[in-house]
Ligand binder design. Structure first.
Ligand SMILES: Nc1ncnc2c1ncn2[C@@H]1O[C@H](COP(=O)(O)OP(=O)(O)OP(=O)(O)O)[C@@H](O)[C@H]1O
Length: 223
């Protein structure tokens, strides 16, 4: 089939009162299935912009992105976002229990989340089953970040886009989440990770991309 995701000559610019910025300037890249790609680059270079384009929260000004060989514009956005799933850096949780938050994505598809599955995804992010009954109001920033991640895992998406998922975590939790990413990759999932940590990239990346001044410097193969 070739690349799972193909980015072809993509430009994205924003006009504001301060002028025009072009975070992505004719970038092209291919993402094969079952790889863990880490995207690095200085703050404000367009890493999150690229994730928004891959999730079709925005469209490129120029160029095209395809998933499974089909242009993103031809995908039903809901279906696309279920497949190419974006875990945002800032957790957005309902003010309810962790259990309600974890069961919500499947309930949207008319499916019921089993306690066993919720326990499993919590374990993958290093939280005990007792968290199911906790109210999100009572959680620390790092715990919320992990519940946010666990909620995405409930959907078992083929592509996981993670925007700095370990930014608020202690070293032990970082290790747990990195193992989760590697396991997802080993199970054939495609993982795209935005990270500011070169050490993290060296621990987990199959391929490392750098985004600099609108250019994507692709493909340093790490393993
Ligand atoms: N809606 C918008 N309107 C105007 N400018 C924007 C908009 N969204 C992003 N930008 C600009 O585009 C550039 C890239 O932003 P982006 O959030 O993609 O960077 P980033 O690499 O993810 O940064 P960070 O590492 O700090 O999260 C920045 O200069 C930002 O100010």
């Amino acid at each position: 089939m070739g690349a799972l995701i193909r980015i072809d000559g993509v430009t994205k610019r924003y006009c504001s009162t301060n002028g025009t910025v072009t975070p992505l300037n004719r970038i092209s890249a291919e993402i094969p299935q079952g790889r863990l790609v880490v995207l690095m680059g200085p703050s404000g270079t367009g890493k999150s912009t690229l994730f928004r384009l891959l999730n079709r929260l925005e469209n490129p000004d120029v160029g095209e992105i395809t998933y499974q060989g089909i242009p993103l514009t031809k995908w039903d956005p809901v279906r696309l976002r279920r497949e190419v799933h974006y875990v945002h850096q800032t957790p957005i949780l309902f003010l309810d229990t962790v259990e309600e938050n974890l069961s919500y994505p499947l309930s949207l598809q008319g499916k019921k989340a089993s306690t066993e599955r919720m326990r499993e995804v919590l374990e993958q992010v290093g939280l005990p089953e007792s968290f199911l009954k906790r109210h999100v109001d009572e959680l620390s920033g790092g715990e919320r970040q992990r519940v946010n991640l666990a909620r995405s895992l409930m959907l078992d998406p083929p592509v996981l886009m993670l925007d700095e998922p370990t930014s608020s975590l202690d070293p032990k939790s970082v290790d747990t989440v990195e193992k989760m990413m590697i396991r997802a990759r080993d199970q054939g999932r495609t993982v795209l990770l935005i990270s500011h940590s070169r050490e993290q990239a060296e621990r987990v990346a199959d391929v490392l991309w750098q985004l600099e001044e609108g250019r994507l410097i692709p493909g340093q193969v790490m393993r």
